[in-house]
Each structure stands twice: as structure tokens, then as C-alpha cells.
Design a protein around this ligand. Structure first.
Ligand code: FEO
Length: 401
């Protein structure tokens, strides 16, 4: 793509990444891609806001050249120093040795550790400003959205907020950089929730704090460093606020069930259908995942938003089936807490999964309502038990509030 003007003299200068398989080395983006958005403000002084991952260096520099000579850049604002936004930092310093990097005190320290650079660095904190000419940058500390050093930059004249990871999402940009130019935003909204649950969710308390801080500003446009630019900022602020509340006010979670199952030889899978049938008959939305065949990245958005979880898992060598244990470990790490849960599963010669599961659920503050196990293949009676269990769980969820 080429540089795109957002408002007079403010340009999107981002890169679409459609060839990386994993974001942060863990989250799949093979099909969806991701964008790293950088912005140019070309005034009497020239500022770049956030850089990009260290890919497509020539493309990135050529795009800057469409607007200004990269050697004349005065400031590079480092809202967040994670390498998907600073990968180009050594290149920028070589091209423009006079450039002043701008960020929080912690950014300065972390940049030194990550890149071993001696830079001109200006430390800013909430309320500090830099005048570029007619454009004035204002800075706000928003720690832990996503890392502890993060700041957001607000440009007073255009009323654009540049919040880096906050309000971002996965998904390479498919033709337009503006959300309001897409007829159907479902893909980007789903990918924003997947991104939120993978990357930001653990820091939901900090996200709400940041939203409260930034809501006081007169924001016309939100220009994050991943995903679409929002000229109707309320749309993405409301989504992020809702998602952050799922993590801080569990009662706000949606009525629905994330149905996790795994099966070695099909005996637990057979009951999966019966339990799901019981839930569906009662009108509860159910999203089913075979955890051995689905990357946890795609499971997390449902775990995050739905109140109910069904765990269908066999015993494996006297413990929980390993792919199920992995999903629960990631849920613990991402602080997916306060869920209502049922469990079922088969065992071969002795149980053990249940004993392994219970302390994990305690850590997650997941409320286990009922479970049942059987040896070997399920009987007709077990199928009925599974359906009845699903129905009782649905009733419980409907009566929750
Ligand atoms: Fe997009 Fe936390 O980096």
C-alpha cells in the first residue's frame, strides 16, 4: 500500500503482514494476517508515531518518502516498545541520527535492554506536550495496555488518539484503513475480540483505567497500531469497554457455553453430542471445540465472553487429558476467571482426571456444579444422563442473575 492521508498532514504509514504464521510467536495469524500501523505527522517538525515490526523495511521507508525525507524526521513516538512496534528502530536511528525518541521512563530503560542503543530520548508523562507546529502532541500513561511502559498519544488539532495496542485487532487491512468504509465489519470485530482475549484480556483492569482516563478527551478518530482506524470512535471504545468488564465484573459475561472436549477413542466424544443437545434444547448458545485440534487462540474469545464452560475430557495416565490441561493453563495465565462449569468424561481402568482438574478449577475460581464419569464406552443410561446434565446446566445459566 501507499501512505494514506487521514486528516491534513497526518498519514497512515503501516504495513500489512500476510506471511507471518504466529503473532508473538504463539497466536496464529496465517489466515487472518495483521497490520502494524505507523503514522506520520508532517508539520514544521516531523513526527512518526510508532514504528513497525522489522519486516518490509524498504516498503516502510518508501512510504515515508512519499511524504517526507526519512532523514529529516525529528521525533519518533514510542507509545509501546514491544518489537512489533520498534523492530525498525535501529534502521531509523541510522537514517536519522538526530531523531529524538519519545516515550515513558520505562520505555527508555527497556529500549536500552532490547536494542542496546544510545539514543536521543525524551521522557514524557501524562499531560506533557510536544509542539510540532500547528499540531500538538499530548501524552498519557496507560501502563499495561499492553506492557508496563505504554503511553497513548493524542493530537490536539486533529483530535486523533494514537493508543497503540489498545482498540486494536488482528486482521490485515483488506482495501481500506477506515472501519466506516467496510460494509461488513464482522470479521474485524471478531478478530478484535480474539486479539483482546489473546493479548489484552489479562490486563482488563488497566484497560478500564485507560479508557476512563482517555474518555475525557474530545476524540474524533482512534488510530491504533493494529487493525482498522475508527472515525466513529465510540464503536470500538464501547466494544473494548464491554470486553474489559467481562474480566472485572464477571456478572456481565454473556449467557452461553464454551464447550471444550477431547477424546482418545471416541467414548467421551459420544457423550459430547448428548450434553450439547441438552443445552441446545434449552436455547443456550453453545460453541464446541475439540481442544486437541483447535488452537487455544480461537477458544479464548468464547471462554472470555461466555459464562458457562463444559469440560468433556477423559483420564489420560491418571491425569487430565494433556491438551485440556494446556487450555486450562492458558486460561489461568490469561485470568479467565469466575465461570460456571460441568464436566463429564470416560476412563480406561481408573480415574484421575477429576482429581487433577479440581485444583486447577480452584485457581481459576471456576464453580464446578456437577460431573460424571464412566468406565470405557457409554451406556444408553449414560447418554440420557449426559442430556439431562446439559439441560440442568442450561437452567442454571438461565437463572444465574
Ligand atoms: Fe502490538 Fe503489545 O504490541
Amino acid at each position: 500500500m501507499v501512505c494514506i492521508e487521514i486528516t491534513p498532514n497526518i498519514y497512515w504509514n503501516g504495513l500489512n503482514d500476510r506471511t507471518s504464521d504466529l503473532f508473538e510467536g504463539i497466536w496464529p495469524i496465517t489466515k487472518e494476517g495483521v497490520s502494524y500501523n505507523s503514522y506520520i505527522i508532517a508539520d514544521e517538525k516531523v513526527a512518526l508515531i510508532d514504528l513497525v515490526k522489522g519486516i518490509k523495511t524498504d516498503d516502510f521507508l518508501s512510504q515515508i518518502e512519499e511524504v517526507v525525507d526519512p532523514a529529516t524526521v525529528n521525533y519518533v513516538i514510542i507509545n509501546h516498545m514491544e518489537p512489533d512496534h520498534t523492530g525498525m528502530i535501529k534502521t531509523m536511528q541510522k537514517i536519522a541520527p538526530q531523531v529524538t525518541f519519545v516515550g515513558s521512563e520505562r520505555t527508555k530503560q527497556m529500549l536500552e535492554k532490547f536494542y542496546h542503543l544510545n539514543t536521543n530520548f525524551k521522557v514524557v508523562k501524562t499531560g506533557d506536550t510536544i509542539e510540532l507546529g500547528t499540531h500538538i502532541l499530548e501524552f498519557y500513561d496507560i501502563p499495561f495496555v499492553h506492557w508496563p511502559e505504554t503511553i497513548a498519544t493524542y493530537e490536539r488539532t486533529s483530535k486523533i488518539l494514537f493508543p497503540c495496542d489498545a482498540f486494536g485487532g488482528y486482521g490485515a487491512l483488506g482495501g481500506s484503513i477506515f472501519a466506516d468504509e467496510y460494509e461488513d465489519l464482522d470479521f474485524y470485530k471478531e478478530e478484535a475480540l480474539r486479539y483482546y482475549s489473546n493479548i489484552i484480556a489479562k490486563f482488563s483492569r488497566f484497560t478500564l483505567k485507560a479508557i476512563n482516563l482517555l474518555k475525557g478527551l474530545d476524540i474524533r478518530i482512534i488510530a491504533p497500531s493494529h487493525g482498522l482506524i475508527w472515525r466513529n470512535p465510540k464503536e470500538i471504545i464501547d466494544l473494548y469497554e464491554r470486553w474489559a468488564r467481562y474480566g472485572t465484573e464477571p456478572e456481565s459475561a454473556e449467557e452461553g457455553v464454551t464447550f471444550l472436549y477431547a477424546s482418545m477413542y471416541g467414548n467421551t466424544e459420544k457423550l459430547m453430542g448428548s450434553v450439547a443437545q441438552g443445552l441446545s434444547q434449552e436455547g443456550i448458545p453453545v460453541k464446541i471445540f475439540d481442544v486437541a485440534r483447535t488452537h487455544v487462540s480461537y477458544i479464548l474469545p468464547y471462554l472470555w465472553k461466555y459464562r458457562g464452560v463444559v469440560i468433556g475430557t477423559p483420564t489420560y495416565e491418571a491425569k487430565l487429558f494433556p491438551p485440556m490441561a494446556y487450555v486450562l493453563d492458558i486460561a489461568t495465565s490469561k485470568r479467565v476467571i469466575n465461570k460456571e462449569v460441568i464436566r463429564f468424561g470416560s476412563y480406561g481402568w481408573s480415574g484421575g482426571a477429576q482429581r487433577d482438574l479440581e485444583p486447577r478449577l480452584d485457581k481459576l475460581k471456576w464453580n464446578l456444579l456437577e460431573f460424571f464419569e464412566w468406565q470405557g464406552g457409554p451406556t444408553l443410561e449414560d447418554f440420557q444422563k449426559g442430556e439431562d446434565l446439559g439441560k440442568r446446566f442450561a437452567q442454571h445459566l438461565k437463572n444465574f442473575n
